[in-house]
Design a protein around this ligand. Sequence first.
Ligand code: SF4
Ligand code: SF4
Length: 353
Amino acid sequence: MKSNVYFIRVDSQDNSQRIKSLQKFLDKLGHVLTYQKEEFVPVKITIGDTSCVYNIKPEFVRCIITHIKNQQARPFLFDTNVIYLGQRQNAIQHLNLAQNKGFAHSRVGAPFIIADGIFGQDGREFKINSANVNKIKVPSFVGMLDSLLVLSHATGHILSGYAGAIKNVAMGMSCRPTKQTIHSLLKPHILTDRCTTCRCCIAICPKGAISYKDSKVSIDPTKCIGCAECLCACKFNAISINWQEEPLVFIRRLVEVANFILSKFKNKFFINFAFDITKECDCISTKDEKMIVDDLGIFASDDIVAVDKATVDMAKNYKRMPLLDQTEKIYTEMFLYAQRIGMGSAEYSLIQL
Ligand code: SF4
Ligand code: SF4
């Protein structure tokens, strides 16, 4: 069965125009984006890492928080800590960064919470016994609240080619051990004929898994957690993974984790912001990042698969999206696998508002 995906075109780079479009969108979505009086409404966001400037802006978040508060519900913003180096590796620096990037309570209208504790270890464990994941650890409110609103910035991604709502839920709503489980099959290796021994990868590896010895750089697979940071750091394409196998397992784990988390919420809604669409996701991108497609607009649905599929389809059809063939295979598998295990529908009706 087809799911409804709501869409508004936004092609202005001016933030005040974008906010007007978002406001119009929210007004028209009124009938589907509803909450009970006094209910807690977790709103998933990602503030992006220190150098990222293209994350969802605090002003957009404020519009959405106001929409929820107008219904006398109790929204709060949340994210979890990441597994790679940077200011979002622990709650203290993560919260400081949020303040610096404009996500203070006074600006967005709601508190921002790091939902997996100071070091990304606090949460509840669930046995999920899916095809590729046995158990997961997630913030403890998962299973306690009815509603979930997920705000995602649509971007490219080093492994999956596309990052949107599915990745935001799977990676962004799991504690660090589960993030590592999702990544753990990704064991990169060095292509020595291309390696310049610049050692940028050594500096960025969070586990000290890469070393330089006898004029050669190598990766110790027993230390590697598969975070893929080194792939991003190498400017010489000298780090590789098995593109035929490993990203496909990564993507299936991602889908299985997201599917379980979403099964714990009754009232789910997903909003994708498809402008400033950078080649890398908000964890990696910088102000110099190249856009891989022109601005599209805002997509929303209660079906996570449909909203991501609609975003990718328009990106591919509307303007250039030079994703590699190998990553197209991967994100296509993400949608098909998600549909197969019942997370949502890859078929949708696009309703332009
Ligand atoms: S970043 Fe790339 S080129 Fe530099 S040492 Fe690592 S693998 Fe070699
Ligand atoms: S070797 Fe690469 S993938 Fe493995 S932990 Fe280090 S940075 Fe992450």
